[in-house]
Design a protein around this ligand. Structure first.
Ligand SMILES: Nc1ncnc2c1ncn2[C@@H]1O[C@H](COP(=O)(O)OP(=O)(O)O)[C@@H](O)[C@H]1O
Ligand SMILES: [Mg+2]
Length: 391
């Protein structure tokens, strides 16, 4: 199976990694000459799919399916047209995506079908979360503790030229679940738990998620209800913050997300890219066991000089192409731009174990060896401001 993946940044790494695990031939297209996912692909074409239609068409004439890994609206539109003309499956749901990429539109849909969400400002107390409606990757997410900060952040966020969503801060835990659906009828994959850095950027994904059976049920019900309302054919992730024992939906994204699919793959063997390919090629929902057998920790690190820091995934953006290593330092797999002698590099580390305690033990060992081998002296693991406030 030859699969085209368009976009080789964070989402592209996820797509290319999973496609490779499914033993597909990965044809990567990106206008950037050195995208992060470059070395995970079997073939790379530096091409601008919007401005170079002829070259793009020629490359795409050699593949069986196309998975977009970009949020660029023009590119998504152009790719939809190529696929229609070439008669190849386009692994994307443009309608669901258009709603999910706007938090304002998504919130309206949640309200219409009675999905629990954080209370909207001013019907809540401080602190509040403020975020631009159309961004992703935690861009522009702010925590305002009082009216003064609220006004200051309003001014700052207005410069992004987007609508601002202001809502109750819900303490969490933060959970995420993917739904794969055919014409609105979906199945939920194993739930993951997310941990964040100071800027609410996701630094760590953990399976199994810690949650009560009631939270798990409510989350699944919300996710399937949203998929039905969207008439989703494809994949979507649903993110919630748990507050007062209720999973409150903060956003959905109808596209292959980053980080959680790799964690789910290691926990359960479910390969979301393979499921998507089957869904679009067969025109029906593939079988998916919903259970995870292994505990997993997927985490990003940055090494700079003698500092080791746990970082949010956006720290990987713009780095050199990642290499994939298996078995390094007791980790299952490591994706890194490290080259021998380098004192400035990043790594995404995937560790599995029989239980969360076993994973924690392996993580400690991995970090201790890393610290010794690279003579690191400082370690930091930043947390969101509110978690720091409460200790
Ligand atoms: N209402 C909220 N309460 C607490 N934390 C929130 C809330 N909304 C967003 N966050 C934090 O900010 C992160 C990014 O916000 P999110 O709505 O997922 O936007 P995006 O991922 O598109 O940037 C979340 O994962 C979460 O950590
Ligand atoms: Mg999010």
């Amino acid at each position: 199976m030859r699969i085209a993946i368009v976009g080789g940044q964070l989402q592209g790494v996820e797509a290319a990694y999973l496609a490779r695990m499914a033993r597909y031939e990965v044809v990567l297209l990106d206008k950037n000459p050195t995208p992060l996912a470059l070395k995970l692909a079997s073939e790379f074409h530096r091409v601008d799919v919007v401005r170079e239609p002829e070259r793009t068409r020629k490359i795409l004439s050699t593949v069986a399916v196309l998975l977009p890994a970009t949020e660029n609206a023009e590119a998504l539109q152009a790719l939809a047209e190529y696929c229609t003309r070439a008669g190849i499956p386009y692994l994307h749901d443009a309608h669901a995506y258009s709603i999910s990429s706007s938090k304002v539109k998504s919130n309206l849909l949640f309200a219409r079908i009675g999905i629990p969400t954080p209370r909207a400002w001013p019907n809540c107390q401080f602190p509040v979360i403020m975020k631009p409606s159309g961004q992703s990757g935690s861009k522009g997410v702010k925590l305002a503790r009082n009216n003064h900060e609220l006004r200051q952040f309003q001014k700052e966020l207005m410069l992004l030229g987007d609508e601002i969503v202001t809502e109750e801060f819900v303490s969490g835990p933060s959970l995420s679940v993917e739904v794969i659906a055919h014409e609105g009828e979906g199945i939920c994959l194993p739930v993951t738990q997310l941990l964040f850095d100071r800027a609410y950027d996701c630094k760590r994904v953990v399976v199994p998620a810690q949650m009560t059976p009631e939270v798990a049920q409510s989350l699944t019900e919300s996710a399937l209800k949203i998929a039905r309302k969207l008439g989703l054919t494809g994949i979507m992730d649903v993110e919630v913050m748990v507050g007062e024992g209720i999973p409150k939906v903060i956003e959905i994204d109808a596209r292959l997300p980053s980080q959680t699919p790799i964690a789910v793959y290691h926990a359960s063997g479910i390969n979301m890219v393979e499921k998507l390919v089957r869904l679009f090629c067969q025109g029906s929902l593939p079988e998916c066991p919903a259970t995870a057998n292994l505990a997993v920790n997927l985490e990003h690190f940055k090494i700079a000089g003698d500092h080791l820091e746990v970082v949010g995934e956006t720290c990987l953006a713009g780095r050199l192409p990642l290499n994939l290593f298996t078995g390094l330092g007791g980790a299952d797999q490591v994706l890194t731009d490290y080259v021998p002698g380098s004192r400035d590099w990043v790594a995404t580390v995937i560790i599995t174990g029989s239980s969360p305690a076993n994973v924690e033990e392996k993580r400690d060992k991995f970090l201790n060896q890393l610290i010794r081998d690279h003579k690191l002296r400082y370690f930091s693991d930043p947390k969101p401001p509110v978690e720091e406030m409460v200790g």
